[in-house]
Structures are given as structure tokens and as C-alpha cells.
Design a protein around this ligand. Structure first.
Ligand SMILES: [Ca+2]
Ligand SMILES: [Ca+2]
Length: 186
């Protein structure tokens, strides 16, 4: 029952992370809005000269209402604030906002009945949600990507910038990703 915060998922803007403030608790944004939200965040980062050209990876924003939460942080923040958080890892209202969103989206599992449990309790063969939702659908085979050499990796590994197939095929033919720009070349 250790609470682990999934920082690795959230590193950097290039791979999509952004943060939000309080009041992020509300509605998850409908799927159709994910692209618009990502585009707004990307536009803001570019106007702050914090993101290069290239295709932004919006996948993180599509998960668990993260995009709809973090876009509010971006709207409320100045370029200086975003830059300080992104480039210098400085604590400020924007950083705290983003952290709140990350916690709400990725560190807990939504039981669907108003209860939340630590994400690590998902599929641990022990019901933690009162309604047992955290143990449902655990046997379903995870969608996989064929490495072409007999190996398979999760579809989420494809084009995430980190080779998961031993032959690196999950990173082949991927769009050129936008990269975070920081003064001094962070
Ligand atoms: Ca469980
Ligand atoms: Ca990969």
C-alpha cells in the first residue's frame, strides 16, 4: 500500500505533460475535445517559445481527463511561470496546478462510484473499490505491438521515444516529435 507517484510518465512537455491548479476535480472532457485541448496547450507553449515545431504527442492529454485539467493551469499561467516550472523545475502556482492534475489523472484509479483508490491497487487480485471495479477487466489481453522478431510490447510503447522492442521497431517510422525548448538548451 505504498503510494508511488508516476513521475516517469510525466516528464517534460515534449511527451505531453502540463499541469493544472485547484478546481480540476470536475468533469472529464469528452473524448472529442482531447485534440482541441492538446492544440490549445501546444499553441500556448509555442507562443511562450517553449516547444519546437514537430508533431506534439497528445496521448497523455487524452488519458483520465488530464488534458482538461492541465489546460486550465496553462490558461492561468504566464510564460515565465511555465518556463520556470518546465526548464528549472521551480515550484510556483503553475507547478502546483500541474502536479494536482498529474495526481488526479495518474496516481489514482476511479472506481466509478465516487471512490478513488491508489493506482497500484488496480489488478492486484484484491478488491479495493467497494464495487470491485479495480479488479474488473484485468484478464483482458492487453493490446500489443508486434516487434516483428517474435517479441511484443504494449501499444503504448509505440513512438514514445524509448525503444521497447529489442530491434527498436516500436520507434521506427514515427513522426518527428515537438521538443521542449529551454534557454541554454535544456
Ligand atoms: Ca485491487
Ligand atoms: Ca517505444
Amino acid at each position: 500500500m505504498v503510494r508511488r507517484f508516476r513521475v516517469s510518465l510525466l516528464a517534460g512537455w515534449a511527451l505531453a505533460g502540463l499541469g493544472a491548479l485547484g478546481g480540476c476535480e470536475e468533469e472529464a472532457t469528452p473524448e472529442g475535445d482531447a485534440a482541441a485541448i492538446c492544440s490549445e496547450i501546444v499553441d500556448q507553449l509555442r507562443s511562450c517559445e517553449l516547444l519546437s515545431e514537430g508533431e506534439a504527442d497528445c496521448r497523455l492529454f487524452e488519458q483520465n481527463g488530464y488534458g482538461s485539467c492541465v489546460v486550465r493551469c496553462v490558461r492561468a499561467a504566464s510564460c515565465d511561470e511555465i518556463r520556470a516550472q518546465t526548464c528549472d523545475d521551480m515550484d510556483n502556482p503553475f507547478a502546483r496546478c500541474k502536479e494536482t492534475c498529474e495526481f488526479q489523472a495518474f496516481a489514482r484509479f476511479d472506481c466509478g462510484d465516487g471512490q478513488f483508490v491508489d493506482i497500484d491497487y488496480r489488478c492486484d487480485a484484491d478488491p479495493d473499490c467497494a464495487n470491485g471495479a479495480d479488479e474488473r477487466g484485468c484478464d483482458a489481453a492487453e493490446a500489443t505491438f508486434d516487434c516483428g522478431d517474435g517479441g511484443r510490447v504494449g501499444t503504448g510503447e509505440q513512438c514514445d521515444g524509448i525503444p521497447a522492442c529489442s530491434n527498436g521497431r516500436d520507434e521506427e517510422g514515427c513522426p518527428q516529435r515537438a521538443e521542449t525548448l529551454c534557454p541554454g538548451g535544456f
